[in-house]
Write a protein that binds this ligand. Structure first.
Ligand code: NAD
Length: 431
């Protein structure tokens, strides 16, 4: 199972006309460059991943056949610290996507000021087609192939789409076997019994809620009674839904990969979680109406819209129909640059992914610190520290946006890229 990449005069990852996620990231860097002052002489460093590793991951299937999958680990920038970023198992994973996700991790980690660079990994595989044993063999072989470049002080993977605590436990164990010592800090998002952190599973959704509350206050939207629409009801969207509902918001629509459920009076989120746990998706939830036209989701009126599924969902095509006041980007890269402009012109406040969904990596950082010190914190302490970091980051970004008269996305990039390039400049080039 290999992928062919189109040939360009430029390497594909340097081609700004490539409309893949990496092309979107390059456009975002072009937008921030005029605001970087003298540091802009270093900006090319942000347009070139530091290290790209493509690996062949062969496994023996349960039926005795041999299958090959293509895997990646991209270390985008490590000026401020070791690489950090998740591992995605998905049939549509491409190198362009992993590169963009690694770069957004660089920006995100600098935006919330955790001492990491940016990295990301993935395997081009549909894990639903594998047995548990096959998934374990795939994970272990992938870990062994990338073990050359990962490590607690080098690059620390974590879960992303279709990877979870179990996959992290297999990664940690494989790394421990290869290295001959047990370093729990080589991955985060581990089970609690293996040095995982309390509060990690909910951290991204909680962070989305915390910055959402800040944004709502700036826009004069009361959370109590606010209409919220959410795309994606997994780790991020599901937790965000619970937190908004608990704070009195009405979650009027939820869409997942199978369908959309709506309830004008507000969906019962606890019941919806139970339904998804049993049925595997939101479809068929008795406490709601099904919206048959998937695309109509984007036209539902709301105060807060939370894309929390995949990249490039809000486009020039649906942005004109979106009727909301605030967009909280739970997903990575859900809004294309064209859609960004359309929505900004409509005075929609967009809290960008690199800020809105940084709660996960923030608690991953707490997990790594706890693993190193072998001293574990209470959940209350973790949530309080997370809230503090997310609020601080929002306030810093907000004041840059006001001062420079730019969007929150550009403001976050200004703040983050300045931190990364200052570190680069003060370190200087080797040799
Ligand atoms: P998940 O696998 O737990 O959930 C994904 C959800 O999206 C599911 O409800 C799924 O049904 C839905 N979905 C998938 N395809 C869809 C489609 N075409 N239309 C509508 N819904 C669709 O994943 P997650 O961990 O919640 O991640 C969601 C997004 O958040 C991703 O972009 C991920 O990179 C990003 N993110 C996750 C974390 C984290 O800590 N989990 C941190 C930062 C960013």
């Amino acid at each position: 199972m290999t992928t062919a990449h189109p040939q360009h005069a430029l390497p594909s990852y340097l081609n700004p006309d490539d409309l893949g996620p990496w092309g979107v990231y390059l456009q975002q860097i072009d937008r921030v460059t005029p605001h970087l002052g003298a540091l802009s002489r270093w900006v090319e460093t942000l347009k070139r991943p530091k290290r790209i590793l493509t690996v062949d991951v062969p496994i023996e299937r349960d039926d005795g056949s041999i299958a090959h999958y293509e895997g990646y680990r991209v270390q985008h920038n490590m000026s401020r610290g070791p690489g950090k970023g998740g591992v995605r198992f998905h049939q549509d994973v491409t190198l362009s996507e992993v590169m963009a996700l690694s770069a957004w991790m660089t920006v995100k980690n600098a935006a919330v000021n955790v001492p990491y660079g940016g990295a990301k990994g993935g395997i081009r595989v549909d894990p639903k087609t594998l047995s548990r044993g096959e998934l374990q063999r795939l994970t272990r072989r992938y870990t062994s192939e990338i073990s050359l470049i990962i490590g607690p002080n080098k690059d620390i993977p974590a879960p992303d789409v279709n990877t979870n605590e179990q996959v992290m436990a297999w990664m940690m164990d494989s790394y421990a076997m290869i290295e001959g010592n047990l370093s729990t800090g080589v991955v985060t998002g581990k089970p609690i019994s293996l040095g995982g952190s309390l509060g990690r599973r909910e951290a991204t959704g909680r962070g989305v809620f915390v910055v959402g509350r800040e944004a709502a206050a700036q826009r004069g939207v009361a959370i109590d009674g606010a209409r919220v629409a959410i795309q994606g009801f997994g780790n991020v969207g599901g937790v965000a839904a619970t937190m908004f509902a608990d704070a009195g918001a009405r979650v009027v629509a939820v869409q997942d990969h199978t369908g959309t459920v709506v309830n004008e009076g507000g969906l019962d989120i606890a019941q919806l979680h139970k339904h998804v746990a049993e049925a595997g998706s939101v479809s068929g939830f008795p406490g709601a109406e099904a919206l048959l036209d998937r695309d109509a989701f984007w036209g539902i009126e709301s105060d807060i819209l939370i894309p929390a599924a995949l990249e490039q969902q809000i486009t020039a095509d649906n942005a004109p129909r979106i009727r909301t006041k605030i967009i909280l980007e739970g997903a990575n890269g859900p809004t294309t640059p064209e859609a960004d402009d359309i929505l900004t012109d409509k005075d929609v406040l967009i809290v960008p992914d690199v800020l809105a969904n940084a709660g996960g990596v923030t608690v991953s950082y707490f997990e790594w610190v706890q693993d190193f010190s072998s001293f574990f914190w209470s959940e209350d302490e973790i949530n309080a520290r997370l809230t503090h970091i997310m609020q601080d980051a929002f306030k810093s970004v907000w004041s840059v946006a006001q001062e420079k008269k730019v969007t929150l996305r550009t403001a976050t990039f200004i703040l983050a890229c300045t931190r990364v390039l200052q570190a680069r400049e003060v370190r200087g080039l080797y040799p």
